[in-house]
Design a protein around this ligand. Structure first.
Ligand SMILES: [Zn+2]
Ligand SMILES: [Zn+2]
Length: 277
């Protein structure tokens, strides 16, 4: 994050926003800048990914499903817009710790690590976060927590790409914790971290888009949109993020109904066929 902060400082914040007396190394200035950067980036990526997906990938016929709420897209967007600043602020505090050198993030690919380690980091980052998000998500479904925190996200029974971050702020932050703690525990290249961050945001949108195209060979292993759609429909199955591994281990795997011709898209087709006759 220091790469982004340095660039913003150089081109925008120092020349146009802060007085010269407010030093770039002052932690209060860094925190304020990080809150701004994180908030703006969250809005931009949410609307960019969400809008592109909504118009070019999302199966819009799903909006005719009986469980699709009236004005749902507007409600999903409204809730996300309200929630983003509440998530961005604690997230920026974590980024501040990174910027001030408390993490194991490193720059460059040479030296002790090299390209092989970059590949290894990518693999371990995905596996580590996949495992933790599974258990955090499962914990969010426990009786005590569910109705106060996670229920909001399950309001969207047939979600759209705009539901991807339409969660209670505590929910979004908790499910982001694995991504934040990894670089404090393990060495990770800074550019790779930024790339992975953009990727996980894209993934979160993609599992809400009702596009079930996963190669046959991978259907049992990748937690795609079909799996997450069933999570929204049936609640206690398919808690995973990237893979189905932990759902298999935790006994919560459900073969997606969409793969068996029983998904929400199939229900809409049957409904329209009845209407036509
Ligand atoms: Zn859930
Ligand atoms: Zn969801």
């Amino acid at each position: 994050m220091d790469l982004v902060l340095d660039a913003c400082d150089r081109f925008v914040l120092t020349p146009y926003l802060y007085p010269a007396s407010f030093e770039p190394t002052d932690w209060r200035r860094q925190l304020l800048s990080l809150v701004l950067i994180t908030t703006i980036t969250a809005y931009v990526t949410y609307f960019l990914y969400g809008t592109l997906n909504y118009f070019f990938i999302f199966d819009q016929s799903l909006m005719q499903h009986p469980k699709f709420l009236k004005n749902q897209v507007r409600l999903e967007i409204q809730y996300t817009c309200w929630s983003i600043p509440f998530v961005a602020t604690p997230t920026a505090a974590v980024f501040l710790l990174e910027v001030r050198g408390y993490s194991k993030l490193y720059y460059g690919v040479g030296g002790a690590y090299g390209w092989l380690f970059i590949l290894f980091s990518t693999f371990t980052f995905v596996m580590f976060t996949d495992c933790l998000i599974y258990w955090i998500h499962r914990g969010l479904h426990s009786k005590l927590v569910y109705k106060h925190v996670h229920k909001q996200h399950h309001k969207w029974i047939v979600p759209t790409p705009f539901a991807s971050y339409s969660l209670h702020p505590i929910d979004t932050f908790l499910q982001g914790v694995p991504y934040h703690i990894y670089p404090f525990l393990f060495p990770l290249n800074k550019l790779l971290y930024l790339t992975l961050f953009l990727f996980v945001n894209l993934w979160a949108v993609s599992i809400h888009d009702g596009n079930y195209c996963v190669p046959d060979l991978l259907k049992a292993y990748i937690n795609g949109s079909a799996h997450h759609t069933d999570h929204h429909l049936y609640y206690n199955f398919n808690y995973g993020q990237f893979f189905t591994l932990w759902d298999h281990i935790g006994g919560s795997f459900k073969s997606p109904s969409a793969f068996e011709g029983e998904g929400p898209g199939d229900a809409v087709k049957r409904l329209l066929a009845v209407k036509d006759n």
